[in-house]
Ligand binder design. Structure first.
Ligand code: GLA
Length: 730
């Protein structure tokens, strides 16, 4: 059984193959977080050793005991206003204006399986894979009840968390903080890793020692953002890719979020994660309940690689859904960087025709096909085809593309509206703006109020009639600005603080409806590249365009950071033209190809512009991807170098049964008189013999893992490397 319970004191053990999460309801009903880490099989609360700490007060029911303080003990769901002065997980303003919340154990239940969360994405599984623990806490004044829900995935080494906060008092209350995760680590020497960046440079890895006080990574942008990602790692100081303890948390949410880590006065660590409180106020009527988004937690003592494998598996198998969840994805050609806004049906057909000859599966028609859209200053919202550009209409074009043996995909940016559009002229009130103020523009555009049912209905009608009008197999769902000026004309003043979360709920509702009604359509998420790359979006879109930066050198770093939590199949990546449109850098076609293959593969250039030799190379890349694709998407992914620090970006995919491996990467900057540089492989069978296809050489797994493969001496910058290894009989 994954969940074990002991009485006196009441201990809850959430045990997975290699981890243990322990919670204790003490004699006063306070719910303590005792442990998250290696599986020990015993009560770890013997490690708690508290004394009287000055200025850390004591609960009233502790009487004379000055050692019993909420400010010093590890708590499972810390509430505001009752003497725990560290960052809180939950805060409420009651009807009388006070904000104390003293949550104590009331009851619990355990059951096989796992329930969904109304309106929100969640980690789904059948009864055989998961067991749920629900612990209910009740405020000592009887005002609020909180149900903490834990899904324990024994085999996956994963624990999920979410909370339901219910107003059980007589009148309305304001929920001002409703985090999902609260974990206290009283022992250990921890560092934290987070993923920061900007547009065209997402998810750069930063590993930092903890400083006394609070450190934070968050987004108030209405999207999970390019700047920070809703994922975080806490690791032991000596943790590396291959060994050491670490745990990770990924919030399944696509809007404003906050992760805070506090190193307290006693050197203890608290991590909280959930909705960003600066953009959140939620009015709870008497009897009403609020559901927090879910978070995925996982612990590994096999270093970052082990942790990544656990996250890759749970996201690929229990978050992503639909027909394409485990299926090979079509190799696509996208016209954006080939044409920008300037195209017509003939230009698209020419691009597709050449692509079809080289083996590409799908044409994706990007921005510019609808309304009046010759630049980014108009047309958003008018989701009907511009027949001036696509003469004869969409169905005819799609039919012609189908005639080439290709499928067809289309770009949309449903959440947005241009002021110069028929939609805005008809419904200016649908755009988010605060009455009496001018809204901020971003890329000239305004944002539709996704919390409004009429807005969602309009979008559903527009998108579903588009999908019914032609044989469309794919949608690229974009979002090209962040949101501020939060206000929804349909909400009363005391509910305006709900607008940011209601926006995300509205987005999810629309995506859910389209996923249900069009199960054969592949949705690819996008937000100016990877500005909304999170486990929430992956529930609706099994792949996300990773970055608007397609430069092979920069991409190795972006994909390196993305790989800590997100599986390779979710990472949209394309070969584009050189000089690169974001950096001006020139990299060989082979380097662009190996980088793009480490994802859901495609091209983003006019293949007609390539030389005959390059076209042959593209053909070869596609056939290699067809052969290696299943290994790339289903194998274990290993980071073999740190491209942020080393002069190369190398990674590998290893078959789960260790019978084959693919090593790929880019050697960055050539240097003269370089000595050979080996790269050590990972995850192979020590005693097995592996033959390298490209060289014919045979080595033991042990030699390849301890000594490595000798990489070629670089000649010219950004040289691609690729080796396919298979086991052979001795
Ligand atoms: C965003 C996307 C790009 C492209 C443009 C179109 O920036 O990330 O791939 O679709 O929008 O405007």
């Amino acid at each position: 059984m994954a969940i074990r319970i002991e009485e006196n004191p009441k201990n809850f053990y959430l045990e997975t193959k290699n981890s243990m999460y322990q919670i204790q309801a003490d004699s006063r009903g306070v719910l303590k977080h005792i442990w998250y880490g290696r599986r020990t099989g015993r009560d770890m609360s013997y490690l708690l050793d508290y004394h009287d700490v000055g200025f850390s007060g004591n609960t009233y029911d502790a009487g004379e005991d000055r050692t019993y303080s909420l400010d010093t003990m590890p708590l499972e769901y810390a509430a505001e206003g009752i003497g725990d002065f560290r960052v809180a997980a939950v805060a409420v303003t009651h009807g009388n204006g006070g904000n104390a919340l003293d949550l104590r154990y009331e009851s619990h239940r355990v059951y096989r399986g796992k329930e969904g969360i109304p309106g929100l994405p969640y980690v789904y599984a059948g009864d055989a894979d998961v067991e749920t623990l629900e612990i209910v806490l009740k405020d000592t004044a009887g005002e609020v009840r909180v149900a903490l829900r834990y899904g324990v995935f024994e085999e996956l080494d994963v624990v999920t968390r979410s909370a339901v906060i219910e107003n059980c008092g007589p009148g309305p209350k304001m929920l001002t903080k409703a985090h999902t995760v609260c974990i206290d680590m009283p022992w250990g020497d921890w560092e934290w890793v987070h993923f920061h960046g900007r547009h065209t440079m997402e998810r750069q890895v930063q590993r930092l020692p903890l400083l006394s006080g609070i450190q934070e990574s968050s987004s108030k942008r209405g999207a999970s953002s390019h700047q920070q990602n809703p994922t975080v790692l806490l690791c032991e100081k000596d943790c590396t890719e291959d060994r050491g303890g670490c745990f990770g948390a990924a919030l399944m949410y696509s809007g404003c979020f906050q992760t805070q880590i506090e190193l307290d006065q006693l050197g203890q660590v608290r991590l909280v994660m959930g909705l960003h409180p600066d953009t959140f106020r939620w009015k709870l009527e008497a009897g009403a309940a609020f559901y927090t988004p879910e978070a995925i937690l996982s612990w590994s003592d096999q270093g970052f690689a082990g942790l990544s494998h656990q996250f890759h598996r749970v996201i690929r198998e229990h978050v992503c859904r639909g027909k394409y969840k485990l299926a090979e994805r079509p190799v696509l050609i996208n016209n954006w960087e080939a044409t920008y806004f300037s195209f017509d049906e003939e230009k698209l057909y020419n691009i597709a025709e050449q692509a079809a000859k080289l083996g590409v599966d799908m044409l994706v028609m990007d921005d510019g096909w609808f309304g009046v859209r010759d630049s980014d200053s108009s047309g958003l919202g008018d989701w009907y085809v511009n027949e001036r550009k696509l003469k004869g209409g969409l169905a005819k074009l799609v039919q012609k593309i189908r005639g080439l043996g290709m499928s067809f995909g289309i770009w949309l940016e449903p959440e947005m509206v241009s002021e110069d559009s028929d939609l805005y002229r008809a419904h200016p009130e649908w755009a988010i703006r605060i009455p009496g103020r001018q809204p901020m523009r971003g890329r000239y555009q305004l944002v539709l109020d996704m919390s409004r049912e009429d807005v969602r209905e309009y979008l559903y009608e527009a998108i579903s009639s588009l999908l019914r009008s032609a044989d469309i197999s794919y949608i690229k769902w974009d979002m090209n600005r962040n949101v501020c000026d939060w206000y929804s004309t349909l909400l009363p003043p005391d509910r305006q603080g709900e607008a940011p979360h209601r926006y995300v709920l509205g987005l999810y509702e629309l995506l859910e409806r389209l996923n249900t009604d069009f199960p054969d359509v592949l949705f690819e998420g996008c937000c100016g590249g990877g500005g909304r790359f999170d486990a929430g979006m992956l529930y609706y879109c099994p792949q996300i365009w990773c970055s608007d930066d397609t430069d092979a050198y920069a991409r190795t770093k972006i994909q390196y950071g993305t790989s800590f939590f997100y599986p390779v199949s979710t990472i949209g990546s394309h070969v584009s033209a050189v000089p690169n449109h974001q950096t001006g850098r020139v990299t060989p076609l082979s380097a662009r190809a190996v980088t793009a293959m480490a994802g859901s593969f495609g091209y983003e250039l006019d293949l007609n512009t390539l030389t005959e030799e390059e076209k042959e190379a593209v053909k070869d890349q596609i056939s290699r991807f067809r052969e290696y694709g299943p290994l790339i998407h289903n194998g274990h992914y290993y980071r073999l170098s740190d491209p942020q620090k080393e002069n190369r970006g190398i990674w590998s995919f290893v078959e789960k049964d260790q019978s084959a491996a693919l090593v790929q990467g880019v050697l960055f900057h050539a240097e003269p008189n370089m000595v050979g540089h080996p790269v050590r492989l990972k995850g192979l069978k020590k005693e097995a013999l592996y033959r390298i296809r490209e060289t014919g050489e045979v080595y033991t797994g042990a030699a390849l893992m301890h000594g490595g493969i000798l990489l070629p001496r670089g000649w010219g910058d950004y040289m691609a490397v690729e080796y396919y290894l298979e086991t052979v009989e001795p």
